[in-house]
Design a protein around this ligand. Structure first.
Ligand code: ADP
Ligand code: MG
Length: 239
């Protein structure tokens, strides 16, 4: 128990530190970005320096994103539990993503089990969770692809690693027909900073894992190189 308390204590210190650091980094970044944008406006339209200034703005945005994601990963939060409608969250994200498919032709399919009642969860965190998974799916598919989001009730009773009985669970599958994930990478996916993308942060799935664990759920991945990938989020139906 003492170990657990010390661990939790260290984590919360880290979280406070990260929050402070994030603040300290974000303020100057805002200054840099603002100055760069002013500079861009001052430059004559034909100036070759414009490209460089745009790089500054873009990279500032990138550092901002990394800082925010690190903050999400390291800070302990209290879940804001309310009854949330999973299908509404998923539908909203799909609608949003349809407009941001990075120039690809992506077909979204939704198949929801209407018998699933609202679940007790943190709406903001669940939104972040499914947004990350669907964003990864969009990034994975080629020029043309299909992403399927489906919900179902898991009727079997499974055991937690500690041998406790779980209540009924709801499962949400996010499936894409992208290139899939090589077997040797499957284990590293959830490790912070693991990324195969030139501009990736490698923090998305680590955040997903954290959110699912905080909700006493499970996150699984199944992938067939060449066929596609399915991420499955399982959440307790009755909490
Ligand atoms: P990032 O998206 O910034 O790279 P993530 O933690 O979200 O970080 O994902 C980590 C890595 O997992 C990705 O770089 C990619 O290699 C792999 N990955 C995640 N989702 C998929 C997917 N749907 N299909 C194929 N690979 C994926
Ligand atoms: Mg990602």
């Amino acid at each position: 128990l003492e170990d657990a308390v010390r661990h939790a204590d260290r984590l919360s210190t880290l979280g406070t530190l990260a929050a402070g650091l994030a603040h300290e980094i974000k303020n100057p970044l805002g200054g840099i970005k603002g100055a760069a944008q002013l500079l861009e406006m001052e430059l004559p339209p034909e100036s070759e320096l414009r490209d460089n200034v745009r790089v500054v703005v873009r990279e500032v945005d990138r550092v901002n994103r990394i800082v925010e994601e690190l903050l999400a990963l390291s800070s302990p939060r209290k879940l804001q539990l309310t009854k949330v409608n999973l299908h509404k969250i998923l539908g909203d994200i799909v609608t949003l993503r349809k407009r941001a498919t990075e120039g690809k032709s992506v077909t979204f399919q939704q198949q929801f089990d209407p018998s699933i009642p609202p679940i007790l969860a943190d709406e903001g965190l669940l939104t972040q969770l499914f947004l990350n998974l669907i964003k990864n799916a969009v990034e994975a598919v080629d020029e043309r692809g299909t992403i399927r989001v489906a919900s179902r009730v898991l009727s079997d009773y499974s055991m937690t690693p500690k041998g406790e009985r779980r209540s009924r669970m709801v499962a949400v599958d996010v499936r894409d027909d992208g290139p899939g994930i090589p077997r040797e990478q499957l284990e590293q996916l959830f490790t912070p900073f693991f990324t195969t993308k030139a501009k990736g942060t490698g923090l998305g799935l680590a955040i997903c894992q954290k959110i699912v664990t905080e909700h006493r759920g499970m996150l699984k991945v199944e992938s067939d190189p060449g066929t596609g990938t399915t991420f499955t989020v399982m959440l307790p139906l009755i909490q």
